[in-house]
Design a protein around this ligand. Structure first.
Ligand SMILES: [Zn+2]
Length: 168
């Protein structure tokens, strides 16, 4: 396994963050290696999610970990449906260090995706997990959370300790 560099805004390579990804069609050993690297990189950066463009690749996939019991999840070619309710909370991004902003996301959703073996899977998610799925899926279409802000960006030092804030 190897740590990958996370692409940050205002860096030379930031343009990859604003591009649409390509559907993954080859479920091979190379893809598994990439998923392992992304998981390691996400944990090293204390994130709850990481999308392929954030490591410089235009592949339609992300990794996430918001649920201790479930552990790491690799999501390939995601399709979100049946969104319900709404939730407004602070979120941040590993490509946008130390800044957080409030974003409205659905409270609940259904997600259909491919796993690493190319099998179709379907899950339901709510709360933080639904938020993370939306944030990471946006990355796959070149959309940063800062395009959806309610109010201003704030530095993490200004957030109350008990304020929920995740970064992905
Ligand atoms: Zn992000």
């Amino acid at each position: 396994m190897a740590l990958r560099n996370i692409v940050k805004i205002n860096s030379e390579s930031e343009s990859v963050l604003y591009k649409k990804t390509r559907i993954v069609e080859k479920f091979d050993a190379k893809l598994k290696q990439l998923a392992e690297d992304m998981i390691e990189t996400m944990h090293a950066a204390n994130g709850v999610g990481l999308a392929a463009p954030q490591v410089g690749l235009l592949k339609r996939m992300f990794v996430m970990n918001v649920d201790v019991e479930e552990g790491d999840l690799v999501v390939i070619n995601p399709e979100i449906s049946e969104m319900e309710g709404e939730s407004i909370a602070y979120e941040g991004c590993l490509s946008y260090p130390q800044m957080f902003g409030k974003v409205k996301r659905p409270f609940k959703l259904k997600l259909k995706y491919h796993d690493l073996n190319g099998e179709v899977r379907e899950i339901e998610a709510e709360g933080l997990k639904a938020r993370c799925i939306c944030h990471e899926t946006d990355h796959l279409y070149g959309i940063m959370f800062t395009e959806k802000l309610i109010g201003n960006l704030v530095h993490e030092s200004q957030l109350a300790e008990d304020e929920e804030h995740s970064k992905g």
